[in-house]
Ligand binder design. Sequence first.
Ligand SMILES: Nc1nc2c(ncn2[C@@H]2O[C@H](COP(=O)(O)OP(=O)(O)OP(=O)(O)O)[C@@H](O)[C@H]2O)c(=O)[nH]1
Ligand SMILES: [Mg+2]
Length: 437
Amino acid sequence: MSDTEDDQFHHTTVKITILGEPFTGKSSLCQRYLSNSPRAPGGTTHGAEVLAGQCLGLRPPVPLHLCDVAGNSLSTGMLRNYLYASDVVLFVYDLSNLQSFDKLNVWIEKVKEIFDEEPKKPLMALFGNKSDLEHQRAVRLSCVKQLASKYLLENFKGSARTGEMVNYAFTDLIARVLGLSVPSSHVTVPIKLETELELTKDAAQPDGVPTSPLIMNRKTLRKIQRKASSSILIEKYTDNVRFCIICNYLGKIIPALQSRCTRFRFAPLQHSQIVPRLRDIVEKENVKISEDGIQALLELSGGDMRKVLNTLQSTWLSARNVTEDTVYTCVGHPLRADIDSILTRLMNEDDFGVCFKFIQDLKILKGLALGDILTEIHTKIQRVKFPPDVLISLLIKMADSEARLASGCSERIELAALIAAFHLARQQIDITAIANS
Ligand SMILES: Nc1nc2c(ncn2[C@@H]2O[C@H](COP(=O)(O)OP(=O)(O)OP(=O)(O)O)[C@@H](O)[C@H]2O)c(=O)[nH]1
Ligand SMILES: [Mg+2]
């Protein structure tokens, strides 16, 4: 944007007047928008309060005046003064209170009458507040649409309590007044879903071929899931919209939705699939990485490319050199050398106290968790040639130890139990050897 354009917008203050019945949440909306916090319990508004602020969703920020008019001002002669020079008039109703919506007809007619002689008409919009009480909805969606189309009003629904849609609605209205486009970061699907889907339905091809895919992420889906009718919504638009839900945990999607979907599971990536991409990124980003660093990333990722890149990034930021040591140190995972020395002590150290002190000191020095040590030892132990019954009892004891750790048992006690388990295993091996000889 040029400097001249910049200046032009710097000097334009947008005035938004907020009207509606008492208790619909007008003051809460202003508070939510200007300070992104819920309103502390406070009394009703008297007359009108003008609040100054800025719309930070647009660049450069737009100066604002929010005129929060008391719900009982409809019949007072002051309404004309409050509305003076308004660029936007936002009519707020409580979607759990039908009367607050019905009364809007009177409010709108009154505003139209006031602006009848004015050359400049404000942009008018509806805001259905308290969407967090959607389950107590008393105002039918079709009635809202009817009112919006009757008076050509913009239509929003949200909640001053949760902040849903508040920022978007204000930014959108201000952008319209100034003839700007809303930044894409402010465009969220859920609230406009109905409208968007209807548009796509209109645009459906005559042969019924689906025209529009709708890919939802976790956040969008969560919002839809809150609505009791989410599965009905999918069924309703299935003719012309293909819904694609992407998630990590299937269990987090309600059964009603799951039963309407075909499930595709993607296996973890093979090392051969990860390495070329990783090398490409490393080369383009000029990251210094060693071969054992790559191996360490692969080991820790468990086939998850996102984990590979996150670990790569944090290691690079903390050490500026990606090697096996820096990777393991960065994520707080035990080094291979540490595990080897721990295992050597467990297998050979006869003095219980010395062995305990060695592992405990190493844990403190390197900040290792016993759970991680157990996991690593568990993989290594299976490669040691123990007699089968010794190995079985050792594995069972290690599994018990891990379960106790997960349920919050003391690490010191569990470390002692681990050393004891190895002592017993070694005694069993000695007894077996004597018996065989
Ligand atoms: N559940 C819920 N309650 C809300 C929401 N917004 C406001 N409220 C509550 O509604 C009540 C009225 O809020 P106000 O912001 O004072 O309402 P108002 O429209 O300014 O009322 P007047 O100033 O009397 O015209 C308060 O108890 C708020 O906590 C919302 O989004 N959800
Ligand atoms: Mg108020």
